[in-house]
Design a protein. Structure first.
Length: 385
């Protein structure tokens, strides 16, 4: 392997670990909430507040990204992020009240997971094959979250005080030996880019962030309510949960496909295909019933979701070489995953379960339409350069 190949491998490894350390909580949220809730006897409302507070803190860290990218030493900041993850997760495990846990989860979300997850976008964006690097990171994050979830009962038996939080501490600790490999992120103007060109690029990237937030409303709406729709169709709750787990794991095919394909077909074609794949699977599931159909169409939906996400992240990261705007992608994704269920839930009250499919279609097509504008503007920008 040549020097560039070895360097690219290190960048992908570092970026993947940062990505997993920052996002694993999303993939292991059920066992984490069950562990905390059982230990402190929390009600569903309090558990919802915990999940929302951590997600909001992570999104705020992402929004703050442009203020520290290129201004604060990246190694020092990521060192703080790693320590916040390790110490904050351990403190959460030993906290004796709901308020204490809430405070520690906010710290972990903002200074820990938020910093590491945000930085992972900037690190992965420096890889030679950006699409493959993001695909690897996404796939590893889902697998790691699933493995920790599967091992939760064992972790609870071996380490009853920390339980599944052990998985969050462990992956953060793995980042420590690689902090010396963290690249510095210099502002674009220091690299010689004309100020006017940089402003035009930022305009495209910001539009892309809006497009991503809207596009993410589709999986937010479908993923949140698909189990409820299944139970309304007569699927027992326990069977529906198993079907969702099977569908989620099978959905890894999307990330694997993107990793193998890379940018061979560009980014617009895969994004269009992913959008219509999500829409078609949501429509077909609306006309089907049973646990098998739930697993099948959720697997298809989740695969296309993962597949399309890789090319969105790669597209925006390559446009914004300074990393300033691209690091706001986690905030865009979290906003979409939050706003999508809000809209779908409000519509379900009036129009029933069919509102889930309708919301999914509306968000997916609206987000894709904005992406088409982004691609056209980006092509015009590079044609002028």
């Amino acid at each position: 392997m040549d020097g560039k190949g070895a360097s690219d491998l290190r960048i992908t490894l570092l970026g993947t670990l940062l990505y997993v350390a920052g996002s694993a909580i999303f993939y292991m949220m059920p066992p984490y909430l069950a562990f905390i809730g059982g230990r402190l006897s929390l009600d569903p409302g309090q558990l919802g507040m915990l999940a929302a507070a951590e997600s909001a803190a992570l999104a705020l860290a992402s929004l703050a990204g442009p203020f520290w990218i290129g201004r604060i030493d990246s190694r020092m900041l990521l060192g703080v992020g790693v320590l916040a993850c390790i110490l904050g997760n351990l403190a959460s495990a030993f906290a004796g009240s709901f308020r204490a846990v809430m405070a520690w989860r906010a710290v972990v979300g903002f200074l820990g997971e938020g910093v590491l997850y945000t930085a992972s976008f900037a690190v992965l964006g420096t890889a030679r094959n950006i699409d493959r690097a993001f695909a690897v990171a996404l796939t590893v994050a889902v697998i790691y979250g699933a493995l920790v979830t599967a091992a939760t009962s064992g972790l609870n038996a071996i380490l009853p005080t920390v339980g599944p939080l052990t998985g969050l501490v462990a992956v953060a600790a793995l980042v420590l030996p690689l902090l010396g490999q963290v690249p510095s992120f210099a502002p674009a103007e220091e690299a010689g880019a004309p100020a006017g060109a940089d402003r035009r690029v930022m305009g495209v990237v910001l539009l892309g962030l809006v497009a991503q937030a809207i596009w993410y409303g589709a999986p937010g709406a479908f993923w949140t309510f698909v189990e409820q729709v299944a139970t309304d169709k007569g699927v027992p709750t326990g069977v529906a949960e198993l079907a969702v787990s099977v569908g989620e794991m099978a959905g890894l095919a999307g990330g694997v496909a993107a990793a193998l394909q890379g940018s061979r077909w560009g980014r617009l074609f895969p994004l269009v295909g992913a959008t219509f794949g999500m829409i078609l699977s949501a429509i077909l599931y609306g006309f089907s019933a049973g646990a098998a159909a739930l697993s099948l169409f959720l697997a298809i939906f989740y695969s296309f979701w993962n597949y399309g996400t890789v090319y969105q992240m790669a597209f925006l990261s390559e446009l914004d070489t300074s990393g300033k705007a691209a690091v706001m992608m986690p905030a865009a994704q979290v906003f979409g995953l939050s706003f999508g269920p809000y809209v779908a839930g409000a519509l379900m009250v009036r129009h029933g379960d069919g509102a889930v499919t309708q919301s999914t279609i509306a968000f997916a097509l609206s987000g894709l339409a904005l992406y088409l504008v982004c691609f056209m503007r980006a092509r015009r920008r590079f044609a002028e350069a």
